[in-house]
Write a protein that binds this ligand. Structure first.
Ligand code: GAR
Length: 208
């Protein structure tokens, strides 16, 4: 059974999808052993507690620099020694010290079809605001490995969602979560826990 640590900052609906997938065995060979929040008020922490999962908070606001925050986060993660770290709505920049330590063992869910609307400044609702402003007809989500480039690691899975003419950033965000993020994130976690994802020259392959 692989040990999974989930990093969160907000409402934690992706965490909820992972918890459910572990409970109903959609995620095979994996167990969430720790949830770490960068925000002491994140509702995600309540979801973890309700599911009897250990929680820790590394409050971004209480650190003067991103470097110090990353140091503490790495310390907490090293203590847990997870096989996989999942960024599920984690809104802090990770320094290379952390991403290198968890190379090929850390994944993120991003609410767009990377390489569109990703990188610095693109997170949460901002992604959907930018997509609607540009007039795209297809939106979606991406799960990718995390490296030192923001949203730049090898792509593992993507799912698209049609944009409707009357969409608002909120309505689009909701559909992208329901139809894409909550579907592909547990699927990828399950594949990784079963050691079915291989990476060659920065391209991922699913072993059948
Ligand atoms: C999700 O849409 C997630 O993809 C996004 O924030 C939301 C968090 O929701 N993450 C990012 O934008 C990271 N770049 P949740 O807390 O309910 O899972």
């Amino acid at each position: 059974m692989k040990k999974i640590a989930v990093l969160v900052s907000g409402s934690g609906t992706n965490l909820a999808a992972l918890i459910q997938a572990c409970e109903n065995k959609t995620i095979k060979n994996g167990k969430i052993s720790l949830v770490v929040s960068s925000n002491p008020d994140a509702y995600a922490l309540q979801r973890a507690k309700l599911a009897n999962i250990k929680t820790k908070t590394v409050d971004r606001q209480s650190f003067q620099s991103s470097r110090d925050f990353n140091k503490k986060l790495l310390e907490v993660l090293k203590e847990e020694n997870p096989d996989l770290v999942v960024l599920a709505g984690f809104m802090c920049i990770l320094e290379a010290e952390v991403t290198r330590y968890f190379k090929n063992k850390m994944i993120n869910v991003h609410p767009s079809l990377i390489p569109a609307f990703c990188g610095k400044g693109f997170y949460g609702l901002r992604v959907h605001e930018a997509a609607l402003k540009r007039g795209v007809k297809l939106a979606g989500a991406t799960v990718h490995f995390v490296n030192e480039v923001a949203d730049g690691g090898p792509i593992i899975m993507q799912k698209c969602v049609a944009v409707r003419p009357d969409d608002t950033p909120r309505s689009l965000q909701k559909r992208v979560m329901e139809e894409a993020e909550w579907v592909i994130l547990p699927e990828v976690v399950s594949l990784i826990c079963s050691e079915k994802i291989k990476i060659k020259n920065n391209i991922t392959y699913i072993e059948v």
